[in-house]
Design a protein around this ligand. Structure first.
Ligand code: SAM
Ligand code: SF4
Length: 329
């Protein structure tokens, strides 16, 4: 079992398999986002070696993310191989965060490979606004993907970033829609990660305000439900489903942090909001990878910091220069 310097067990690995994406969500990327050269990316085999090494050190949960993970060529082979560790009871959960654009095509295979829960990001149910916010996404395609996922038996959680004056007045409706599909929903505050074209201070909507608006229509009861993640959950009496709030700018998720993040270039970030990282590339490429990765992972965890230092600033000075699509959201 991996234990960090603050005595927190680290048993959850998030893996960004690509920085590329078929969307350009305004809070996440610039319109002309420059992606990494393909040669800088780890191969899927190298990513798998790192995941296996984490599993051998007690990791119980792996989330595949990105960028958009489902646009990485052959990514299903990674799901298949990691899914075999669930079947061997060495891994409790293999999950995915996706924008849903390719879900209709892959939902069935994901289920077959052992995935049971996925997160789908959707910030608006208005087709025109969806296209505007994602700069190219097709809402209908994402909705079809969600329906397919539910049909094959995947549990879907909706992630919605709360954006001032953009989807602000639609947030109750999104909850209503999600709960009508028996999906829980989590609202997320924008985080200052990477340079974008718009001013983050213009986008920032505190979730305290969102909760206040929701409470006018719904009865929220504090829930003990806890996934080991940063979300604080409430059950909604009228619908029987849950709503979560991720408020990264407050420190309330750091003390229970059980996770680390691997980028598609082989760097491990021990905290989403700090620059310190460990590079696993040469260990993952070594003939002696099992031992080298074990040592590199143990050393990296001994450097996991206590928490982040996020502050929302003007557009040209993000708190952390990496985009969420690089570190993995
Ligand atoms: N492309 C996939 C998706 O959109 O779900 C996976 C990667 S995306 C980086 C993961 C999550 O991070 C999404 O729910 C997205 O809305 C969120 N996200 C991206 N940039 C963010 C930011 N600056 N602040 C808060 N959430 C962000
Ligand atoms: Fe792509 Fe996800 Fe970022 Fe949107 S939030 S641009 S879908 S990586």
């Amino acid at each position: 079992m991996l234990i960090d310097p603050y005595k927190r067990p680290v048993n959850y690995l998030r893996v960004s398999v690509t920085d590329r994406c078929d969307f350009r969500c305004q809070y996440c990327m610039a319109e002309n986002m420059k992606f990494l050269p393909k040669k800088d990316l780890l191969t899927l085999d190298e990513i798998e070696r790192i995941c296996i090494s984490f599993i051998d050190l007690g990791t119980r949960k792996i989330r595949i993310t990105g960028g958009e993970p489902l646009v990485r060529k052959n990514v299903m082979s990674l799901f298949k191989n990691l899914g075999s560790y669930i079947k061997k009871d060495k891994l409790s959960e293999l999950t995915l965060t996706t924008n849903g654009s390719q879900l209709e095509r892959y939902a069935e295979q994901l289920f077959d490979h052992g995935v049971r829960r996925i997160n789908v990001s959707i910030d608006t149910l208005k087709p025109k606004l969806f296209k505007f916010l994602t700069r190219r996404g097709d809402l209908d395609q994402v909705l079809k993907g969600i329906d397919k996922a539910l049909e094959v038996g995947l549990k879907v959680k909706i992630n919605t970033v709360a954006l001032k004056e953009t989807n602000e007045f639609e947030l109750n409706d999104i909850l209503k829609w999600a709960h009508s599909k028996k999906c829980d929903i989590t609202y997320i505050e924008t985080m200052p990660l990477g340079e974008i074209d718009v001013d983050r201070t213009d986008q920032f909507l505190p979730l305290s305000k969102v909760k206040e608006t929701l409470s006018k229509e719904y009865t929220l009861k504090s829930s003990k439900y806890y996934t080991g993640g940063p979300s604080r959950y409430f059950s909604v009496q009228e619908t029987g489903h849950r709503v979560g709030f991720i408020t990264p700018l407050t420190h309330n998720f750091c003390e229970l942090c059980n996770r680390v993040r691997l980028t598609c270039t082989g760097k491990l970030y021990m905290c989403l909001g700090q620059e310190d990282s460990a590079d696993f590339t040469s260990a993952a490429r070594s003939a002696n990878w099992k031992i080298e990765l074990k040592n590199a992972i143990t050393e990296a965890i001994s450097r996991k910091p206590k928490g982040h230092d996020f502050v929302i600033r003007r557009k040209h000075s993000p708190s952390v220069n990496r985009h969420m699509s690089v570190t993995g959201g």
